[in-house]
Design a binder for this molecule. Sequence first.
Ligand code: CA
Length: 581
Amino acid sequence: MKNTMLAVLTATAGVLGTVQAVEVTNAMIDNDAKDQKSVLSFGMGTNGQRYSTLTQINTGTVKNLVPAWSFSFGGEKQRGQESQPVIHNGKMFVTASYSRIFAIDLKTGNKLWKYEHRLPDGIMPCCDVVNRGAALFGNLVIFGTLDAQLIALDQDTGKIVWKEKVDDYAAGYSMTAAPLIAEGVLLTGVSGGEFGVVGRVEARNPATGELLWVRPTVEGHMGYRYDKDGKEIENGVSGTVNKSWPGELWKTGGASTWMGGTYDATTKLAYFGTGNPAPWNSHLRPGDNLYSSSTVALDVKTGQIKWAYQNTPNDSWDFDGANEFVTFDMNGKRYGGKADRNGFFYVIDASSGKLQNAFPFVRKITWASGIDLKTGRPIYVASNRPSDPTKGDGKKGSIVFAAPAFLGAKNQMPMAYSQQTGLFYIPANEWGMDIWNEPISYKKGGAFLGAGFTIKPLFDDYIGALRAVDPKSGKIVWEAKNTAPLWGGAMATAGGLVFYGTPEGFLKALDAKTGKELWKFQTGSGVVAPPVTWQDGDTQYVAVVSGWGGAVPLWGGEVAKKVNFLEQGGSVWVFKLAAKG
Ligand code: CA
């Protein structure tokens, strides 16, 4: 019924010529990375390369980049703005903190509509009230909310077309990632690993919100698919019950899929990173705790896990493996690159999941001395695992200094891959933490950690570093250090540039080959979001969201104290080259 109405409305608008609706099709989404006129998906293409073939803004012209317009998210709601805008049919759709979304006229910067989700008291986002972006399909713009709902709005009017509750926010579920659309299916994850939720990937019909299948990412849980009447049909257990999880802990095992996924049209697989096993205290759950802190590759049609690679088995440091798996070509084969929170960069065969290479992209890693390329497993430094509190006074285990800190060598800020240089550009952070374990038991809606911690800087002069990394050699080719921890994503262009933002408020453009800074602009608040670029008519534009916040001010310990002078905000900036003359 909803479908039919939507089709009729769209057809009518087309005939009258008042609104030229351009429905987003799956073919358009598959072509997103190549189409210079739009940005239809998080990652500027479903494989997440964040690479644009546009060249008008380049190493020679970028010095003339000036603001075209800026738009304020307004209100009293600021906090972290981690959103990547999507661009389509003359409109920008950009989400903001507290589950808000705006539609903006691309030419003028005028607001077309906004939707502010009514959030209940008692939502439990672990790491600020952020949202990372929306997905486009048909005439819909779809995003997830902090109370774990999916909202689909009409792109032209901002009116709700469908709305689905994904899970119970009172049990710690929330949604912050941009949904992924692949093979005409809407794919989403859940946040909440700090509250003992059960991570999973869900597939829906993007036109209606109807559930197609559910695939849990904690071994032991049943997957389901749904027939056309919504009837639940068992679709196989994820892994083997109790094989890598002891006792009952798998029932509240975490492994949340909080960063969403990527999709590669050549392998036909969707890749989702999974977060920490719950609780953090690893002595309560001996075993690998599959599929926590992993990448899982899923068949989009059925939800079957085709392969899984675990970055941190029996994680003890909150090394969520949620980071994006970005596919790329190397030596005539399709690989995926992943800069993991645990400090290692992984190069993995995108079809089979076989590990090709793994190397550090930060200076200090204490928990493992390396990754064994034969077995694919980390070589643990046993003495650097926080100890079992039941072996000491029963209240608190030994305090261990660990690097990276749990906020990770890289966190939510997406990296970019340049097809021009063959390099990955990683917003990395150098920090460590004191960490210790404590007893804990599961309570619905309570933090499920069993650990205490304090994050500390490692070096006096910088925490953040944008690093250009060669996936073939495993070498850091160049780096651009930053005083504050980096928390915004990167973008590479065929203009020979890499763009990224800093908490100090700058959007910067560097020479992608050398790392030389060529341009910067002060946006007025910290940048913790990834930039995008597109072409409209004969003009190339760059946009980025500004608004300091995210996990660092909330969880950053001694680092948070160092950056507490930074001011909050909430706006999106759009840039173009200054007119000649
Ligand atoms: Ca976590």
